[in-house]
Design a binder for this molecule. Structure first.
Ligand SMILES: *Cc1c(COP(=O)(O)O)cnc(C)c1O
Length: 463
């Protein structure tokens, strides 16, 4: 019935729009401006394409919200969920109980993970995983008799979710302004060479940005700092890809000052950067790692914190009860879906495929757009990337009113049935890792049309 209603533009269509406006509060949305236009209602999806309620076929250049790694419509995950729901739809993992899917997933994730991340704690969202990791870091130092080590250092434009702890650790000032600024959080410059590198080479700038962390630790006092948290590649902040020199230096600094290193791999995990984990791509072994999004390819909510031996040993042997957890921690259906998702990621070698496809996609984008005056930089690692739109490509100058050109370009993308997100004036993309060569050509064609239209808009304004 719903499909029938949704397939025609009629009074019933108007009702979906009206009901959405009247009753549905959207996340990260300006409601007034949202409902001045039409809300796109997505009704189905297959592979890398979405279908909306008026029959548009839309190329999903964002894999949902960075999560649908294996593409839409994979029956294996549907079957895994159905089978698990039939046998045991729910049981908790509190109070001396477990289920087989959660044990299997803990074993499998820790076997895949780099370093000594040999223990897994489960939650339902990336935000909860971050919240958990931060609670663990502080509990670790409290247990060790160093309760003053509380401060969490994050970065400008960092995104660590929407719980208050996660938002405080992140560097989104708009979130801080709405009640999410907390004491004992500090922020440093991101390794954003395009924006902040000035005359430095990317390699020099990577070291420079990392040393901001060391300066911050000295300023606060290492005896007051619990952890540094960072996304290997900052996703929501504009796909900020650090120079190669950055992460090894961060790891050195954390070790030198005895600060825990938390890699927030909610986007980078599960093949996105061309290796299974972003920490492998950048050559680090964090103490704690947060995972979500690609863990189930978004088919069902699930997240995890992987915990290294040093922290786990203290939590297991010395803390006593860790007063933290969620009703759905280790939900058996979500874990069963995650296991089926990992089967596909591994059997189809999607991490390696992401690396190869990313190289092709960037080459295609550079061939199509590289010479245009509006293009400042086309960057990427694996299948996460960004196109910087610029007012002056020679000096890497930003547009005066930040975000306006990006929003314009995003709207042109949408009109061309392509989902790309704008972060300030940076267009970001992160398609399903299964994207084919022909689909990448389609993505590049649509992106080129949108960007040329944006450039034309700017020119006509100037004239
Ligand atoms: C999306 C994201 C989160 C938050 O995940 P939710 O599932 O939305 O709570 C945390 N960290 C990073 C790096 C993310 O990209």
């Amino acid at each position: 019935m719903l499909d029938h209603l949704a397939s025609t533009v009629s009074d019933s269509d108007f009702n979906w729009q009206a009901a959405d406006a009247a009753h549905h509060l959207h996340p990260f949305s300006d409601h007034k401006s949202l409902h001045q236009g039409r809300v796109r209602i997505i009704t189905s999806a297959e592979g890398v394409y979405l279908t909306d309620d008026v029959g548009n076929r839309i190329l999903d250049g964002m894999a949902g919200l960075w999560c649908v790694a294996i593409g839409y419509g994979r029956q294996e995950l549907v079957d895994a969920a159905a089978a698990q729901m039939k046998t045991l739809p729910f049981y908790n993992t509190f109070f001396k109980t477990a289920t087989r899917p959660v044990i299997s997933l803990a074993e499998r994730l820790t076997a895949m993970a780099p370093g000594d991340l040999n223990h897994a704690f489960f939650a339902c969202s990336g935000s909860e995983a971050v919240d958990t990791a931060l609670r663990m870091a502080r509990t670790f130092w409290i247990t060790k008799g160093q309760p003053s080590k509380r401060v969490i250092i994050g970065r400008e434009f960092g995104y660590h979710g929407s719980t208050t702890l996660g938002a405080a650790a992140g560097g989104m000032v708009d979130m801080h302004r709405q009640g999410a600024a907390l004491p004992d959080f500090a922020h440093v410059m991101p390794p954003y060479w395009y924006g902040y590198g000035g005359q430095m080479s990317p390699e020099e700038f990577g070291l420079f940005a990392a040393r901001q962390v060391e300066d911050k630790i000295r300023e606060i006092g290492a005896e007051n700092v619990a952890a540094f948290i960072g996304e290997p590649i900052q996703g929501a902040g504009g796909v900020i890809i650090p120079p190669e020199t950055y992460w090894p230096e961060i790891q050195r600094i954390c070790r030198a000052h005895d600060i825990l290193l938390i890699a927030d791999e909610v986007i980078c995990g599960f093949g996105r950067t061309g290796r299974m984990f972003g920490s492998e791509t950048f050559g680090i072994t964090p103490d704690l790692m947060t995972l979500a999004k690609g863990i189930t390819s978004g088919y069902i909510p699930l997240s995890a914190v992987l915990v290294g031996d040093r922290v786990a040993d203290v939590l297991i042997n010395d803390t006593g009860e860790f007063y933290h957890g969620f009703t759905y921690s280790g939900h058996p259906v979500a874990c069963a879906v995650a296991l089926a998702n990992l089967d596909i990621l591994e059997s189809e070698h999607l991490a390696a495929r992401a690396e190869a496809s990313g190289i092709k996609l960037r080459a295609k984008l550079i061939a199509a757009l590289g010479d245009q005056p509006i293009i400042g930089e086309i960057r990427g690692t694996g299948l996460i990337g960004a196109i910087e739109l610029t007012a002056d490509r020679r000096t890497r100058r930003f547009f005066e009113k930040r975000g306006r050109v990006g929003a314009l370009c995003r709207d042109h993308c949408f009109s061309n049935n392509l989902v790309m997100r704008a972060v300030r004036d940076t267009m970001v993309f992160s398609p399903p890792l299964t994207i084919t060569d022909a689909e990448m050509d389609d993505l590049v064609d649509r992106a080129t049309t949108a960007i040329m239209a944006t450039q034309a808009d700017i020119r006509s304004e100037i004239l």
